[in-house]
Design a protein around this ligand. Sequence first.
Ligand code: ATP
Ligand code: MG
Length: 398
Amino acid sequence: MNSKLYLIKEGEISLKGGNRNLFEKRLRHNIKDKLSGWNANIEKQKGRLYLFLDEDADDETVEKALSTTFGITGFARAYRCEKNVDAIVSMAEEVLRKNPFGDKGTFKIEARREDKSFPLSSYELSVLLAKTVHELFPALEVDLKRPDYTLHVEVRKDVYLYTDDKKGPGGLPVQTAGRGMLLLSGGIDSPVAAIRAAKRGMKIDSIYFHAYPYTSDEALEKVKKLASLIAPYLGGTRLYVVPFTDAQLRIKKLSLEEETTLMFRASMMRTAEKIAKERKALAIVTGEALSQVASQTLEAMSFTDSMTDTLVIRPLVGMDKEEIISTAKEIGTYETSILPYEDCCVIFSPKHPVTHPDKEESRKHYLSLEMDEEIDKAIANTEVFYFNPLGKEESLKR
Ligand code: ATP
Ligand code: MG
């Protein structure tokens, strides 16, 4: 009983029927993957996971790990004791000394008796523990609706106490819904798109099209930084850096000026599709939102979709820029995304881009560019980086 304990609340997984075991196994695996520096043991009791770690496990790392693991709706550093009243009272005192409530304000005891054979009801246990709190913090008053402090007590196989519960990201464990390839630019949107897709269980690898020297080394570093920031949510991610300068120069030379963006996007899709096939990924994920910029009209999107057989998912399609920005801030990518290194040099952007292309016409134009050779060359020269579930760059294990 001298190891460090975290209580973990599962969300939607607990509603899963026949597949529940699979989801749960994956969640445990994803949690352990992030905490591989310590011995981690996970026990399961109805709707809860109990994570036991070595006493020297670093709280900050554990909290970062749990708050970025999809499938978790909440978690708390918890303390366990035997199932008798004296043990509960003395453990409550110990917990409150370690995690003291303030000198003023309000509190609540949130007791839950899951084991109905325990002699005190939830209410009786709350009353008893309220006395303990009163003794330690005489100035605090009870407020059942909006307390400043809460002591949680759960009576199950053992008894678990905790004060400070934190929100998890919700969703479903990554790698329960197949793999997707994210088109990751240096902007605000695509990292958010990755998180949205991963939240529903998709395992995400990322692709960045790099047009050196038109896009700088700093732009690449920025994308690598973004990949490292989203990697914890993704349970680790590969970043494929595709050298795309020659492909873009070919497009610039051969296509109609106003169609260059469209042609560029079509060639990105074709390239991503090839990498996706190699990686057995079933979807391409982009950060496009409807009508945000010229290339994000329904006509432009139907054209780019028509250039690939792979499913294209746009998780941000119905989000306002403000909502996207607020999510980017929550996940910690915003500050990096707004660094000034542009992901696409102005020389490749037409002054008056076509916004409502005719799909068939543009398809013909794209095919006339004969991009296959350039695409194969770009893929052959692609460099792959790997960011582990803690966001650290690691050499790639194949
Ligand atoms: P973002 O903020 O994600 O850069 P954006 O609003 O700037 O998006 P665009 O530049 O039109 O919009 O890009 C739309 C989407 O296309 C991006 O969200 C991303 O998924 C993909 N994309 C654009 N440029 C690149 C690139 N150089 N490498 C990989 N993907 C890209
Ligand atoms: Mg962009």
